[in-house]
Design a protein around this ligand. Sequence first.
Ligand code: RB5
Length: 146
Amino acid sequence: MKIAIGSDHAGFKLKEEIKKFLKEKGIEVVDFGTHSEDRVDYPDYAIPLAESVARGEEDFGILICGTGIGMSIAANKVKGIRASLVSDVYSAHSAREHNNANILCMGGRVLGVELAKEITNAWLNASFMGGRHERRINKISEYEQK
Ligand code: RB5
C-alpha cells in the first residue's frame, strides 16, 4: 500500500507522527509537505496531493491542518476525490466502508496523537462494502461529470 500524506504548519507535527506510524507498519509513504511549522496555505498541499491520489499514484491520502476542515474543503474540489474529515474511530471505518473515501483528513489542533493513530488504523483496516453504498457514490460521481 502507498499513502500520500500532507499538512500545513498546524498539522505538521501530527503529520510527522502519522508518517512514522505508517512507516513502522511497512507502508510506503509519499510526503507532499509541508516540512516545518512555518506558516503556509493549506490549499497548496491539499490540491497537489488530491490530484495525485485521483490519478491513482497512491492508494489513499491523508491531509492534516489545524481542524482538517480547510484540507477537506480543498481536496473535495478535485474530481474523483472523496475526502472525509474524521475525529472518531467509528467515522474512520465508516468513511471507507460506506463512502469509499480516498482521503482521510484530520485536525492537528483537535486530535491527540494516539487517537489520530487509532483513526488511521481503523481507516487502513476497513474496506468499501459496495452494494447500496456504491449506488449512492455513483450519484455523486454522475453529478461530478456534469
Ligand atoms: C491555520 O491557522 C488554520 O486555519 C488551518 O490549519 C486549518 O485549520 C484550516 O482549516
